[in-house]
Design a protein around this ligand. Sequence first.
Ligand SMILES: Cc1ncc(COP(=O)(O)O)c(C=O)c1O
Length: 427
Amino acid sequence: MKQKESINPNLKALGESATLAMSERVRAMTKQGLEIFNLGIGESPFPVPNFIVESLKTHAQERSYLPVKGLPELRNAVSAYHKRQDGIDFKPDNILIGPGTKILMYLLQLSHDSELVVPSPCWVSYVPQANLLGKKVQLIQTSFEDKWHLSADKLAEACETDPSKPRLLVLNYPGNPDGGTYSEEELKAIAEVARKYEMVLLSDEIYGEMHHKGQHVSISKFYPEGTIISSGLSKWAAAGGWRLGTFAFPEELGWLLGPMTKAAGQTYSSVASPIQWAGVTAFNGGTELDNYLIHTRRILKKLSANCANMLRESGARIHQSEGAFYLFPDFTPFAENLAKRGIRSGKELGEAILNETHVATIPGVSFFRPAEELTLRMSYTNFDGTKAMKASEAIPIDQALPDSFLEEYCGKTLEATRKICDFVTKT
Ligand SMILES: Cc1ncc(COP(=O)(O)O)c(C=O)c1O
């Protein structure tokens, strides 16, 4: 007997995840024996810090379901972490632990009856999650000239059309796909508008610890009553596959935490116990983590500056990366040359670069940029992080890494960048 085919209409327009699809392409091309330069994946190249791995091993026998909100010891550790890092008090009871922040974001969008407001470019999943839930989305376009930043004026303009509408604003910095961050003045101005329009603000600070100068500032400082801070182990602890994400709520947003916790209880129940125990160790931090972060930042900062300079010198429009591990070059200056070669969109550009030079990137359209814009996201992470970390540890921290360090330990990322420059400049 044949079943009645019936799919939720919200899923019909849903595309596959661009980043995961690119990983599949890279896997398939590698299987064919090709050497691929993978600048497509948003994953830390470094190992999980050893003391966190040891903690996971120690707790492998922890086998019971845990409270939906999370292990009390972990909620204490996350609360203490935000006090230490951001100078903000969150009650342990106002911390929610999830299997990654992605699902917490989905449950937030499910629980908050609101319109999603998000600047473009933005991370790949905020908008599809809203689409899945049948929510309205207001994308605020930014530009290269704005450094891809949301301005308080543009935000206010977007709210003016219907000032009383409930809105969920998502801000992500250091940002994926551009690697940029916001100044305190910018954050204060955005916070003021968010307060005026009584918005709920989700501050996606998953890359906060990967600010290349270690100077990340949370917008929660300027809008404490309306901001949820999102963090987790995926990026700064390089443990994306462990699936541990955290949301910190101010007391004033308790009305949202309650329904989200119920939704969590009816969906994922709780995060794996050993992972939460290892999370306690990670969020408690200490000198080993501090040193690890000092080296990751030093390597990423130097590498991103070199790649950005190469791209700029070749004629691309590019901002320096200030955090995370992304660059977001705009190849519009080459539009005429590329059009002669049949390339008229970011997607076509990414495809041609992959096919001809075997360098994988992700086109700007996947981050909600206009299709014809010639932007690409490059993750400058195609190197062996374990080797690079060891080599960096041997160089005193008050000394700059020499250029030869990058050639020796991050050569593939440099070569991939050179290949992109050669591709766009050739006539
Ligand atoms: C900006 C941003 N936010 C959130 C996430 C989701 O991270 P996770 O679900 O692993 O916590 C990612 C992952 O790539 C990201 O880049």
